[in-house]
Structures are given as structure tokens and as C-alpha cells.
Design a protein around this ligand. Structure first.
Ligand code: C5P
Length: 220
């Protein structure tokens, strides 16, 4: 069986960075499921597809919605490739995050994306980053990590990330929006954000990425 390591947790807990570091080190594939949802949100917007006409466009979406990820370089976000274009910076904005968080609460959308996520399981292994990787999508994965950190620390990390992309953001607004999205992810009916019973929970508030990877390796 192809091994899968799931990394779940709220926004800014460090999932992307850690998934990237592990994928590069192990030379495994990477699935950034948040970016997958973001890309679907972007593609729907581009093609004027909404929840109302989603079913009528399902065949079109199935044929065209092919996303791939490149772990890229440490320190930079995992790269999102769609229709032969690098759309990383298009989908990784706070505006897209907000739209995505609303869409991702919809069972129709989650069901559509489910098989797309499972297609990423290819040899030699997969690092899957998201909210429900360990609880729903890869519930039989042997290794499950749940990363968490204080809201303040997570907002600070997000701010650094956005600044690096040349985007200006207000810390207070960022924190408020991050908490709102977390609340929505935790309280939603379908695939809410929660650690799997058999996951290892790591609080990354006072750890640097190398420290987190070290902890994970000890566990592995
Ligand atoms: O991780 P990222 O911030 O890119 O995720 C964007 C949004 O997608 C999250 O706020 C969450 O609502 C949703 N998401 C999800 N399930 C996943 C990954 C992301 O609902 N597995």
C-alpha cells in the first residue's frame, strides 16, 4: 500500500511549510487540499459557475479540473499549477480564502473534490495537507499529524506570508478573518476541522519549522 502522511490543522498552523519540507526530504508527492479548494473556487468564478448551476456544469468541471502541485522551494508557498499555468499567487489571497471557506462548507463541493484528492496517492508516497485529510479523505492513513498554534501566532505567520507576496494586510483584520474562517471550519456540519482520534497533535506556537519536522520524525 502506498503510504500517506496526513497533516491537518487550522490556517497558519504551519501545515504548508511542514508538508513542503517533508515532501522535499522524502521525495514524496504533495497534496495541498486547501489550494485544491481555492483553485476550484477560482475556476468556478472564471466560468460563472455557482452552487445553483454546479450540477449542470459537473461534466465540464470534471473534464477540466486537473490541478497539480510542485513543492517548490523552502520558504516559498507550494506551487499550484492549473491549465499549465502557475496560479499560486492568484489563489493564495485573503479574498480567495474567504470565498473558498464558504464554498468548502457545501457537501456538493466536498463530494466533487473527494475523488480528485484521492488521485494524488501515487508511489512512493503522499503528504496530504488540509482540514479533513486524517478524519475523512485518508482515514486509513498510518501517520496522522494535527498541527495547531495560537490564533495570534497563526495570523502573524499569515501576515509574513502575504507580505512576501507583496500584499499589505492589517494584522487586526487578518486575525479577525482567520478566527472567523476557523470557526466556520470547526462548526460546519460536513467534514469539520478536528484532529483524528489516532493523530499526533503538535502545538507549533513556539517551534520553528525544523523543530516541528524533528518532532514528526521522532513520531514516524
Ligand atoms: O488551507 P487553506 O487556507 O488554503 O484552505 C482554504 C479553505 O479551504 C479553508 O479555510 C477551509 O475552509 C477549506 N478547506 C477545507 N478542507 C480542506 C482544506 C481546505 O474545507 N481539506
Amino acid at each position: 500500500m502506498i503510504p500517506v502522511i496526513t497533516i491537518d490543522g487550522p490556517s497558519g498552523a504551519g501545515k504548508g511549510t511542514i508538508a513542503q519540507m517533508l515532501a522535499i526530504e522524502l521525495n514524496w508527492n504533495i497534496l495541498d487540499s486547501g489550494a485544491l479548494y481555492r483553485t476550484l473556487a477560482y475556476f468556478m468564478k472564471e466560468n460563472s459557475i455557482s452552487l445553483e448551476n454546479f450540477k449542470d456544469n459537473q461534466d465540464f468541471l470534471k473534464a477540466r479540473f486537473k490541478v497539480s502541485f510542485d513543492p517548490g522551494t523552502p520558504g516559498e508557498p507550494v506551487r499550484v499549477i492549473f491549465e499549465k499555468q502557475d496560479i499560486t499567487h492568484i489563489v493564495r489571497t485573503e479574498e480567495m480564502a474567504k470565498i473558498t471557506s464558504n464554498l468548502a462548507a457545501e457537501p456538493l463541493i466536498r463530494e466533487f473534490i473527494k475523488p480528485c484528492q484521492r488521485e494524488f496517492v501515487t508511489a512512493p508516497g503522499l503528504i496530504a495537507d488540509g482540514r479533513d485529510m486524517g478524519t475523512v479523505i485518508f482515514h486509513d492513513a498510518k501517520h496522522k499529524i494535527f498541527l495547531t498554534a495560537s490564533a495570534k501566532e497563526r495570523a502573524k505567520r499569515r501576515q509574513t506570508q502575504l507580505k512576501r507576496q507583496g500584499l499589505k494586510v492589517n494584522m487586526r483584520t487578518l486575525l479577525k478573518e482567520l478566527e472567523e474562517r476557523d470557526k466556520k471550519d470547526i462548526e460546519r456540519e460536513h467534514s469539520p476541522l478536528a484532529p483524528a482520534d489516532d493523530s499526533v497533535i503538535i502545538d507549533t506556537t513556539n517551534l520553528n519549522p525544523k523543530g516541528v519536522v524533528k518532532k514528526i520524525k521522532t513520531y514516524l
